[in-house]
Write a protein of this length. Structure first.
Ligand code: FAD
Length: 622
């Protein structure tokens, strides 16, 4: 059945697996996606939304490199919001509400239209490993399929165990089988594995809700989009709604606590700190008698609704009774109860920066299997693993993004350097250089790199270069052009900014805190320039940020340059830490197990102090 040897086999068609398949295939590798159910490629297991704080930046980075998540999100969006617009641009984060079914359908169509991508539906139960190198996979029917590299993206499926109240059953997601065999084999090969948990809220029938009792949450008046390509912008959007729990709801939920797997010891593993279940919230914040609930439609043409903020593994009768007491939910009908799931993961310190495992050559891990949570985190790892699998089998240089180049770089470096004991999600605070890593400039940062490795198409590069050229030209215009104080002062007065006397350059006034592009456009010279050069909102936004944040951007660039100096001090592969007696015991142990590639990476390992770094630098002759 499978006579030929594939270049790359990707196991699992979730967000990580779909991006890995697209990347490897688009770069020219013959790629086989083996997944348990071809109907659930790109399935959103939990909330029907993409992006959000820091995650939105990741989606834009995936897009800039030539991945598909941004395009799929735009094609299936039902609402768009730019979060944090009242804060500085480093914090702006795009978020879309999606049609769950259309999202998965768009993924399937995109992959089917990708040359070099083949598909096969079955469970992979083992890996073919010869002399420390993976050479293929074995399926539950006993079929052996050979390949030069394998990317594992099993998500929450490895020995998945679902909990609803006192009931427990095996499953990778509600209604789907758990995957077995892989963990056991990897542990035998010497890998460490652990257990994590996550949970999801009930889904309900939108026709049974009273929206008049809730607060509408519309999308942006001028919705934007994720992809830098020419994808559609929403013309019509669907509203979400907001309601909240109450002291009564909390009391009703508490009645089920003795039957909760979270509290009676059945669930031992750690869940996502920033996506707590409703029972967790009530317990941890006992003084709060209300928590927000966002009521999110699941698509254009379905009445199913996602109850965001009410994730729970309490018994289904408790979930139902409590939800009926939430304002607007008095007549609620359930489609699916909430549940929690426990699954195996592999501590990611067992990986290299390319996401290849240290123990088995040409074997890559990406997504939730690495202890992360979230579609965006998974998709970006899939993309990086797919790219690196292709590069390795073609004997090309690995593709690694630095911490000042992309959130994806921060994510991978955090995972493999620090590891994680609880589900890892991205935050802007994890990035040291967040003024550099903005959602508006992901194309400028990454498209040339994506093009260079053969993933991003020329069309992307041309669009990016045009945007860069136009915004540079516009910034230069602000630097060179003077203004008439009589035209400028009424504008400044309107924002309580001090008036100006002699004509200075526009750049200086535009740099003032309350002065925005909209104010600048009131000047004839500026609006004339925009018209003459046919500048769109993307270019204007780019130029505005470059002018207003030039000081911060410069400072972060200088700091990043300092880091690069340490990044250039490489530590030999087989470095013997045992002989450096002046290293602390903890540092020696951690350095030996993580084996950092550079001094800079060593300095980010928890337990390795600046004193340890000095010892290493002296030894390495620096
Ligand atoms: P998945 O999307 O899980 O995809 C795994 C794929 O691998 C599936 O297609 C599966 O069929 C396939 N597969 C697995 N094993 C095999 C095998 N042996 N052979 C063949 N195919 C295989 N994220 C959040 O950010 N916040 C949350 O609150 C949250 N809650 C969640 C609640 C639940 C109940 C679940 C299930 C997930 C939740 N998530 C949450 C996580 C989010 O869904 C994942 O982070 C994301 O989907 C991970 O993507 P992935 O590609 O790694 O894995």
């Amino acid at each position: 059945m499978f006579e030929k040897e594939y270049d790359v086999i990707v196991v699992g068609g979730g967000h990580a697996g779909a991006e890995a398949t697209a990347a490897a295939a688009n770069m020219g590798s013959s790629t086989l996606l083996v997944t348990m159910n071809l109907q659930t490629i790109g399935q959103m297991s939990c909330n029907p939304a993409m992006g959000g704080i820091a995650k939105g930046q990741i989606v834009r980075e995936i897009d800039a490199l030539g991945g598909y998540s941004g395009i799929i999100t735009d094609k299936s969006a039902i609402q768009f919001k730019m979060l944090n617009k009242s804060k500085g641009p480093a914090m702006w984060s795009p978020r879309a509400q999606n049609d769950r079914m259309r999202f998965a359908e768009e993924w399937r169509m995109a992959l089917e239209n990708t040359p070099n991508a083949d598909f096969y539906q079955e469970m992979v139960t083992g890996l073919l490993v010869e002399k420390d190198k993976v050479v293929g996979v074995r399926t539950s029917l006993g079929i052996e399929i050979r390949s030069k590299a394998v990317v594992l993206t099993n998500g929450t499926f490895l020995n998945g165990l679902i909990h609803i109240g006192e009931k427990q059953f095996g499953g990778g997601r509600a209604g789907e089988k758990a995957a077995t065999g892989i963990t056991e084999q990897l542990v035998e090969l010497g890998f460490d594995s652990g257990r994590m948990k996550t949970g999801t809220p009930p889904r309900v029938d939108g026709r049974s809700l009273d929206y008049d009792k809730m607060i509408p949450q519309p999308g942006d008046d001028r919705p934007e989009k994720f992809s830098y390509l020419n994808t559609p912008v929403l013309k019509v959007q669907r509203d979400c709604h907001m309601t909240h729990t109450s002291a009564l709801v909390h009391d009703l939920l508490r009645e089920g606590f003795d039957r909760s797997p979270m509290f009676n010891g059945r669930i031992q593993s750690i869940g996502p700190r920033y996506c707590p279940s409703i029972e967790d919230k009530i317990n941890r914040f006992a003084d709060k008698d209300a928590h927000q609930i966002f009521v999110e439609p699941e698509g254009w043409n379905t009445v199913e609704v996602y109850v965001n903020g009410f994730s729970t593994s309490l018994p289904e009768d408790v979930q139902y009774k409590a939800l009926k007491s939430v304002k607007g939910f008095e007549r609620v009908k359930f489609f699916r109860p909430g549940y929690a799931i426990e699954y195996d993961y592999f501590p990611p310190t067992q990986l290299k920066h390319t996401l290849e495992t240290k123990l088995v050559n040409n074997l890559y891990f990406a997504g939730q299997i690495n202890g992360t949570t979230g579609y965006e985190e998974a998709a970006s790892q899939g993309l990086m693993a797919g790219i690196n699998a292709h590069l390795k089998i073609n004997e090309k240089e690995p593709f690694v993004l630095k911490r000042d180049e992309a959130y994806i770089g921060v994510l991978v470096d955090d995972l493999i350097t620090k590891g994680t004991e609880e589900p890892y999600r991205m935050f802007t605070s994890r990035a040291e250089y967040r003024t550099l890593l903005r959602q508006d400039n992901a194309d400028l940062r990454l498209t040339p790199k994506g093009y260079e490795i053969g993933l991003a198409k020329e069309e992307r590069l041309i669009r990016m270069e045009e945007k860069q050229e136009k915004s540079r030209h516009f910034v230069d215009f602000f630097k060179k052009t003077s203004f008439d104080p009589e035209e400028m002062n009424p504008i400044l007065e309107s924002v309580d900014s001090a008036s100006v006397r002699q004509s200075d350059k526009l750049f200086k006034v535009f740099s003032r805190p309350k002065v925005t592009m909209d104010h600048m456009l009131q000047l004839e010279s500026v609006s004339g320039f925009v018209k003459e050069h046919d500048l769109d909102t993307e270019v204007m936004e780019q130029a505005e940020i470059e002018v207003k944040y030039s000081g911060y951007i410069e400072k972060e660039k200088n700091n990043a340059d300092k880091l690069h100096r340490l990044e250039n001090v490489r530590i030999p592969d087989n470095f013997d830490y045992a002989k450096l007696k002046s290293l602390s015991f903890e540092a020696r142990e951690k350095l030996e197990s993580i084996r950092p590639v550079t001094i800079s990476q060593a300095s980010r390992i928890s337990g390795v102090s600046p004193a340890d770094i000095s010892v290493l630098l002296v030894y390495l002759g620096r």
